[in-house]
Ligand binder design. Structure first.
Ligand code: ADP
Length: 372
């Protein structure tokens, strides 16, 4: 479309005039502007009409820049494209030189000048913010690792001594004192669990969580965990169903115990109204599934995978009574990591708020030819 007819000149003119944050110009072989317009030159207070007929770059004071720009402008007529960036009066511009061909012959050069100052400032701000966020996260991780480590040692001593003293004086205490002592032991255990979870979290983040695996029976493990769990609540009943077979997997007994304790404790904790909690261990062809079902507060469907993320606590805790259910949002994150390290899977299911929840852990069976 030649730039000679008034209609096409008008069309190019309108496009150029409304070109945002830049300038667009068409020029001929003598590098004279045929059309030049755009918000950038208007913002500089230059009348675009006054530039028509002038040479490309004529409004640039620095000679070297002007000559370089004109060299690129000229090369367009050898059917080449150029990209060039330059600072003028404290602003950063990008110049794109493009040939405009009509019937296979380059008739005009087109230069698109784009003011990138804001874009670059924004990118720099973003880079600085990212850097600051990264540093803050590093400080948080370091603080968490040190705090958890430093708290663990004295707490272990406190727990050891409390248990020892408790065993010596328990018989001499009245009912009220016995309850107080029991409460001290429960709170110590809670604190110990919290610190262990924080330590596990930092281990996962540093890739240092490791397993000590060997052949183990999942039925025996879950049965043992349940012996303990039954004492954890007077308001719940426990229905247990185990496959008759032995279910041997290659696993880390302590770490898997931690997983099952976590999901069973959650079933108790998130069923504040009491009720039956079902635990089942089923053997399939190549895998074992452990399912824990509770009649509790339930989980919104769109959060079923999010609750496995680090520090994630569900919106099911926002109701007036449920806000009191304490936790750090780490247990499921650590559990998922441990299950994945066993090449297994863990997932949650729920019909929604108020409809209870069901957690399933799937672990691969030990292949018969590796049986110890
Ligand atoms: P915590 O219990 O310390 O918050 P978890 O990682 O164990 O941390 O659980 C994350 C979130 O998942 C909980 O805050 C809760 O919102 C939800 N959740 C876990 N188990 C259950 C359950 N059995 N019933 C309802 N919600 C649950």
């Amino acid at each position: 479309m030649p730039l000679t007819t008034p209609q096409t000149r008008q069309l190019y003119g309108v496009i150029a005039q409304h070109f945002p944050r830049g300038t667009i110009a068409a020029y001929d072989r003598d590098l004279r502007y045929l059309i030049i317009d755009g918000q950038a030159i208007r913002e500089l207070g230059i009348d675009p009409e006054s530039l028509t007929g002038q040479m490309v770059g004529s409004n640039i004071e620095d000679e070297q820049t002007r000559l370089e720009l004109q060299e690129h402008a000229r090369a367009v007529f050898s059917d080449e494209q150029f990209h060039f960036e330059h600072d003028i009066d404290g602003r950063h511009y990008r110049f794109d030189f493009v040939p405009v061909k009509i019937d296979q012959i380059v008739q005009y050069g087109l230069v698109v000048v784009y003011d990138m100052t804001e874009e670059i400032a924004l990118k720099n701000d973003l880079k600085i913010s990212l850097e600051q966020t990264k540093n803050a996260l590093q400080v948080r991780d370091k603080f968490m690792a040190i705090a958890a480590h430093e708290l663990k040692t004295p707490l272990t001593t406190i727990i050891g001594y409390t248990q020892l003293i408790a065993s010596k004086i328990r018989d001499r205490l009245d009912d009220r004192e016995q309850k107080m002592l029991q409460n001290v032991l429960i709170q110590e255990a809670k604190l110990n669990n919290m610190i262990s979870s924080l330590l596990d979290l930092t281990r996962i983040e540093h890739g240092t969580l490791s397993l000590r695996t060997g052949p183990m029976d999942v039925v025996i493990l879950v049965r043992d965990v349940m012996v303990d769990m039954r004492f954890n609540s007077e308001h719940h009943t426990f229905l247990e169903e185990y496959t008759r077979d032995s279910v041997i997997i290659e696993g880390d007994q302590d770490r898997l115990e931690q997983v099952f304790r976590n999901i069973i404790m959650n079933a108790i904790k998130y069923s504040p109204g009491g009720g039956p909690i079902s635990v089942s261990v089923r053997k399939l062809q190549n895998e074992v599934t452990v399912t824990v079902t509770d009649p509790g507060i339930g989980i919104p469907r769109n959060e079923l995978s999010r609750i496995f993320e680090e520090f994630s606590r569900g919106s099911n805790l926002s109701g007036t009574t449920n806000t009191q259910i304490s936790g750090m949002g780490i247990g499921l994150f650590v559990s998922r990591e441990i299950v994945h390290m066993h090449d297994g899977a863990i997932y949650a299911a729920s019909e929604g708020l108020g409809h209870g929840s069901c957690f399933t852990v799937i672990l691969p069976l030990r292949k018969s030819n590796d049986t110890a």
